[in-house]
Design a protein around this ligand. Structure first.
Ligand SMILES: [Ca+2]
Length: 174
């Protein structure tokens, strides 16, 4: 049960300022008031969602004002509840393709055709991503994969090094 960042458009076609938006998704069973909730962008700026409610299952479209812009490259956005506790966060690496939104796809995010206020379209463009679950600081699947990959490389390199060392020492002994 949570209010999630479901989608956002960081790089609209044409002028970005005033054309960017974000979509929230509620998996709660009752209507939630977003009074006191806020978004925080990569620059540390806050945008309060006061006056908005979100219904169960709703994809709530939030138009972002010119004073609260989303970065086109290496963008991140976080959602905080009325107590100032982070409830969701998502970020992408690289440059957002113009006209595609950063879109929740189950446990992952990917760039997809924008669907403001509607359920998300399947991914149309994928790139390295960091995703966070409903709890701040929780390792997403991508991070677990990255750790597994690093560990695999480390073990692989160590294996090559050790076998080389074994070969060298054997050579010295014979
Ligand atoms: Ca959507």
């Amino acid at each position: 049960m949570a209010i999630l960042i479901n989608e956002f458009l960081p790089n609209p076609i044409g002028t970005d300022l005033g054309a960017e938006w974000l979509e929230l998704k509620s998996t709660e069973s009752q209507s939630i008031s977003l009074a006191g909730w806020h978004l925080e962008n990569s620059s540390g700026k806050s945008f309060y969602l006061s006056g908005k409610n979100i219904n169960p299952g709703e994809n709530l479209l939030v138009s972002l004002p010119k004073g609260f812009s989303l970065r086109n490259s290496d963008g991140a956005i976080a959602l905080y509840d009325q107590a100032g506790i982070i409830t969701d966060k998502t970020s992408f690496l690289g440059t957002a393709p113009e006209g595609l939104s950063w879109s929740r796809q189950g446990p992952f995010f990917a760039f997809a055709k924008p669907t403001p206020g509607l359920d998300n379209a399947p991914a149309s463009f994928s790139m390295p991503a960091t995703t966070y679950g409903e709890v701040a600081g929780g390792a997403g699947s991508w991070e677990i994969f990255a750790i597994a990959l690093c560990w695999g490389l480390l073990v692989g390199v160590a294996g090559v090094f050790l076998s080389h060392w074994y070969y060298e020492s054997k050579k010295l002994l014979t």
